[in-house]
Ligand binder design. Structure first.
Ligand SMILES: [Cu+2]
Length: 186
């Protein structure tokens, strides 16, 4: 770039030298062009990639919808390893109240899902159908009904490479339709 600028400057100088008879205003556009090039080079340097700049490009949140048909609107959640925290907003776009069609979004290892759901059913609705203090749960939203929404933040340091994770709803009977995979991605 500097070589290019040097050449360009040389060209402008030689142009000026050879065109003494030309009216002065004709030199203006050429000089403006050089200044514009220099400005572009400065921008390039200031926007050079850094780790923090890359991290800002990563999306660390997602909205998941649930409905009166006992469905999530996605069957996978992809969490980037670059996210220290990942925020999931669960929306219930249906109309049926929590007591009859409540949904939550729970994340756990696949091997722990059945146990969490079983203990959750026994925990009753007041506890959001999750056993209090269940350490198998990596993250869980509260239980919501139609028209409501809630948010949970996932601490991604709790997710390990090579491990299988799922998200699901622990409302009794919902696991059959309301579960999907959680993938840790680059
Ligand atoms: Cu549900």
């Amino acid at each position: 770039m500097k070589t290019y600028l040097a050449l360009l400057s040389a060209a402008v100088l030689s142009l000026s030298a050879c065109s003494q008879e030309s009216p002065a205003p004709s030199e203006q556009p050429a000089e403006t062009a050089v200044e514009a090039s220099a400005a572009v080079e400065t921008d390039d340097v200031s926007s050079a990639p850094t780790p923090s700049a890359d991290a800002q490009d990563v999306v660390c949140n997602m909205v998941v919808e649930s409905d009166d048909a006992m469905r999530f609107n996605t069957d996978e959640i992809n969490i980037s390893k670059a996210c220290q925290e990942y925020t999931i907003t669960l929306k219930h776009v249906g109309k049926i109240p929590k007591a009859a069609m409540g949904h939550n979004l729970v994340i756990a290892k696949t091997e722990d899902v059945d146990g969490i759901v079983k203990d959750g059913a026994a925990a009753q609705i007041d506890n959001g159908y999750l056993k209090v203090g269940d350490e198998r749960i990596i993250a869980a939203t509260e239980l919501i009904g139609g028209g409501e929404e809630t948010t949970v933040t996932v601490d991604t340091s709790k997710l390990a490479n090579g491990e299988k994770y799922e998200f699901f709803c622990s409302f009794p009977g919902h696991i059959g339709l309301m579960r999907g995979t959680v993938n840790l991605v680059d």
